[in-house]
Design a protein around this ligand. Sequence first.
Ligand SMILES: Cc1cc2nc3c(=O)[nH]c(=O)nc-3n(C[C@H](O)[C@H](O)[C@H](O)COP(=O)(O)O)c2cc1C
Length: 216
Amino acid sequence: MTDENTIADAIESTKNSKKVLVLFAHPAQTRSEVNVPLFHEAQLNKHVTAVDLYAEYPDFNIDIEREQQRLIDHDVIIFLFPLYWYSTPSILKEWQDLVLEYGFAYGHEGTALKDKLFLCALSAGGKEEAYQTDGFNHYTIKQLLQPLEQMAQITHMTYIAPFALFGSRTAQEEARVHEHRGKWTTLLNKLTTHTLDLEKAKRVENLADLCNSKGE
Ligand SMILES: Cc1cc2nc3c(=O)[nH]c(=O)nc-3n(C[C@H](O)[C@H](O)[C@H](O)COP(=O)(O)O)c2cc1C
């Protein structure tokens, strides 16, 4: 293959690539063993924009116009976070409250997010068996994330299952972070190349079950 072909292929693949926005929220990053490595992995993918919300907005002074433009510029929106009190860390709530304005994200003429893909990538301290209707936490992760699912519906986005790691506090010592990071790389590649089976991705409990850990 000639250099010209290689360059043409690269341009073509960039044109066809989906652009992924990772909005990362972690207020205590020096102690993070799971989410910070995933954030760093996301930064390596040239089709992914990885935003550290707590670093950009330490005073929660969120730039609404900039955030709305970021949403417009991307096809896939991911919230990356550790589960805090069965929900997101607070900056992601503030971000939703300010950025998803009437007339932009919902309501009459509020269609800026139409047909974008939305998902959560999260880690939970609790074990997977605790997140069952008959388990310690009484609800599955999918059920607990229903406010975000409904946020996606009302803003005309396509919602798919969360990408979750359970038992996150012992994941490092049990050598599970490496595998999870590989699955995350695979997921980001599938999203940017538009090769994720969306029907399956809506149905499964955990997107991690659809990804191998080889990053392919
Ligand atoms: C304020 C706070 C609230 C938390 N709430 C939950 C929770 O509701 N459910 C849960 O499984 N883990 C909970 N955890 C544990 C975190 O989810 C866990 O520490 C995190 O997933 C580890 O990710 P990291 O290594 O990137 O910090 C909480 C931790 C903190 C500090």
